[in-house]
Design a protein around this ligand. Structure first.
Ligand SMILES: [Zn+2]
Length: 201
């Protein structure tokens, strides 16, 4: 039951100081993620919550923690009904990348039109061509990046509803990881997650 993005509902809170004033893209989740029972599967190593938040199970969370990865926070997810911890941890990245190179393939923007102010939402997978994300070497120094980062681009449409905040939806960014992180997912035999190559041009 995928919704359009995460948002301030079920008690999950956000900071808007760095977000787009019109659509809310870039809002930072400040609390733990609170979920209804339909918001996650019962078991597995990896899943996407209803707002597009990325969650890992205990085994994968332990493996990621043991690797002491930079740029990654593993944050406990909770059941909103009673605040009980769920057997899921949310992957949260602190480092935002610059916009991708125009030579990226498999990611397109539009329909619905992106936010006219920030132009950061309404990106979608283009199913018709192989996906390869690219960055210009003039804007990215690979050796300076942490192990986990997230994209400037956000998938889907954001909307901020000032009158009914719980109806706001913030389109999620893509998570990018170094090969060492990819290997940890592979070792846990996690098959529910799709990896796409990233190139520095
Ligand atoms: Zn915006």
């Amino acid at each position: 039951m995928q919704e359009e993005g995460g948002g301030p509902r079920y008690g999950t809170t956000y900071d808007f100081s760095a977000a787009c004033a019109v659509c809310g893209t870039g809002a930072i989740q400040t609390s733990e993620l609170f979920l209804p029972l339909r918001g996650f599967p019962r078991k597995g190593a990896f899943c996407e919550a209803t707002g597009g938040e990325l969650l890992v199970g205990s085994k994968l969370a332990d493996a990621l923690r043991a690797a002491s990865l930079s740029g990654l926070e593993l944050r406990q997810a909770r059941f909103y009904g009673n605040g009980e911890p769920l057997p899921w941890w949310q992957l949260i990245s602190s480092h935002e990348m610059p916009p991708m190179s125009k030579q990226s393939r498999g990611i397109v923007q539009g329909d619905p039109e992106p936010c006219p102010i920030c132009k950061r939402d309404s990106y979608f997978d283009a199913a018709c061509e192989p996906t390869e994300y690219a960055y210009d070497s003039s804007s990215v120094r690979l050796q300076d990046l942490p192990d986990v980062v997230h994209t400037w681009e956000h998938l889907g449409k954001s909307r901020r509803d000032a009158e009914s905040p719980e109806r706001s939806r913030f389109a999620p960014a893509l998570l990018l990881v170094r090969p060492s992180v990819f290997t940890i997912f592979r070792k846990c035999k996690e098959s529910g997650v799709r990896f796409t190559p990233v190139r520095i041009l």
